[in-house]
Design a protein around this ligand. Structure first.
Ligand code: SAM
Length: 258
């Protein structure tokens, strides 16, 4: 496939078959499972996946690549030409099954795509994603880490996060400026701690990290009064990065009553 990479679409194609095989081994796909690949590009991951599962669905925004993929893989691959942000994972989930999502995501929109997919976590068995290493570092960051942020808390609220391995920039063409990491996300079932109002949880997390150098007493002003922070069992003198997911859930639940 001779395709000129489009920067606008975050196209960095995997050119190392050994990395693709390692990804497939980490995914461990089985025939009969429902798989959805996001951004198959030139098919570097699609081809070894198809060898294992026989059939899968892929969503590709680039029309030229979508055509080439259809030609190359024929009926084994259902190519949906479109934006991953516009699809509903439920539409690709057969009755009685959960969907396995895989992909080397376009880095310019990886976080919106991730949150879009996680909103449908009930339909997902797991997600295996190749992302900028720095994004995976933030996703996996524990309380107390400087890297902990909104991404860590909201992803960990929904999923277990497991880094599988890192991938060097030279494995792609064109080579991105950054290292990549392959990560496995497994939605919690049930959620270990479930917020009564998830929109409010998101608001609390966003406000707390929006002013991450401030104490919670200040960053949550107007949203959770200091007395309510204490009632939630959290020290108002702490900063957002110190809190566990369960602390944020209690803060959001307490804010509902405050
Ligand atoms: N999976 C291929 C590989 O590993 O070589 C390509 C990975 S490349 C980083 C990202 C792919 O996602 C490109 O093929 C790009 O055209 C596609 N893409 C970009 N934005 C997209 C979107 N919003 N929805 C679906 N696909 C998208």
């Amino acid at each position: 496939m001779s395709h000129r990479p489009r920067k606008r679409l975050g196209q960095n194609f995997l050119r190392d078959p050994a990395v693709a095989q390692r990804m497939v081994a980490a995914i461990g796909p089985e025939p009969g499972q429902a798989l959805l690949e996001i951004g198959p590009g030139e098919g570097a991951l699609t081809a070894p996946l198809l060898e294992r599962v026989g059939a899968l669905t892929a969503v590709e925004l680039d029309r030229e690549l979508a055509l080439a993929l259809r030609e190359r893989f024929g009926p084994a691959l259902t190519v949906v030409e479109g934006d991953a942000l516009g699809l509903d994972p439920a539409d690709f989930t057969p009755a009685g099954q959960r969907l396995r999502v895989v992909g080397n995501l376009p880095y310019n929109v990886s976080t919106p795509i991730l949150f879009h997919l996680l909103a449908a976590a009930d339909h997902l068995a797991d997600l295996h994603l190749l992302l900028q290493r720095e994004v995976v570092d933030r996703m996996a960051a524990s309380p107390g880490s400087k890297l902990r942020g909104r991404l860590s808390v909201m992803v960990q609220y929904r999923c277990r996060v497991e880094r599988c391995f890192n991938v060097a920039a030279g494995s792609f063409y064109p080579a991105p400026k950054v290292m990549s990491s392959f990560v496995r996300l497994v939605p919690h079932r049930p959620l270990p701690e479930s917020a009564r109002d998830e929109a409010l949880l998101q608001q609390v997390v966003a406000s707390a990290f929006g002013a991450r150098r401030k104490t919670l007493r200040n960053s949550l002003k107007g949203l959770v009064p200091a007395a309510a922070i204490e009632a939630a069992g959290v020290d108002p003198g702490c900063r957002a990065e110190d809190l566990a997911v369960a602390d944020f859930v209690r803060l959001a639940d307490t804010a509902l009553e405050a």
